[in-house]
Design a protein around this ligand. Sequence first.
Ligand code: CU
Length: 299
Amino acid sequence: MMTMIRRTVARLGALATGVFVLASPALAKSGWGELNMPQGVTAISRRIYALHMEIFEICVAIAVVVFGVMIWSIFRYRKSKGAVADTTLVHSTRVEVIWTAIPVVILVAMAVPAARTLVAIEDTTNTQLSIKVTGFQWGWEYDYLDGGVSFISRLDRKSNRARELMSGIDPTTVDHYLLNVDNPLVVPAGTKVRLLLTGADVIHSWWMPEFGVKKDAIPGFINEAWFNVDPDKLGVYRGQCSELCGRDHGFMPIVVDVRSKEDFAAWLKQKAAEQKQAAAPPAPQTPATAAVAAPTPAG
Ligand SMILES: [Cu+2]
């Protein structure tokens, strides 16, 4: 009996190890990894990924043990083999204490790292750059609060044309179909960027999987989120609105262009100058040009 239990436990252990290997990042490129969430390019996104794997592994281990014992018991103690029900476990205080205590210990073991990660996600202290993000039907407005720059980001023209009914354009010929915008959000790497999110009409949600950020943009409320992209992870990252917000919910992607601090500073300066010039009132007319431009009085 004991050797049989030991052998079964060993077999279940081997099965559990197999499942863990299947879920390991080493297989991320094999296609199976596509089913999993990305590890991302920020310390927080990696922490969320690690937590997700930890909890997943605990769940798999519990499932393997519980279903293993159950299936083994059903098979081993079947009626056709002359098994007689053991009624001594009914209302056994010892068993009830054990099967209450074990789940409590497991839940506490899972709650501690989860709570720590949540606190880190919500910690918006010491941010170096603040951007207001306003979701609207259907696009995003980005407002660099200290940079004097703001612009609207919408689905790029190519995707927009291809998505129209009977456009005759094959979506597979469009680069990043439905995941590209006209004006991406530009941010510096290695900088703690704070987002202040709100909605202009209905609830939207700003989701950037690679940053581990997903936050609702709600009219009348300001939600906070932050990210700090690794200095060596420059590049373009894509996300989507993830709160069903109406007809064109699927057509308001998010694109973030992560640049080096120097490139970002240069971009912000240039953009601010452009916007200042565009907003400036027309140059006042000199008396000479005014005289020429003035209409000749009638009569
Ligand atoms: Cu939306």
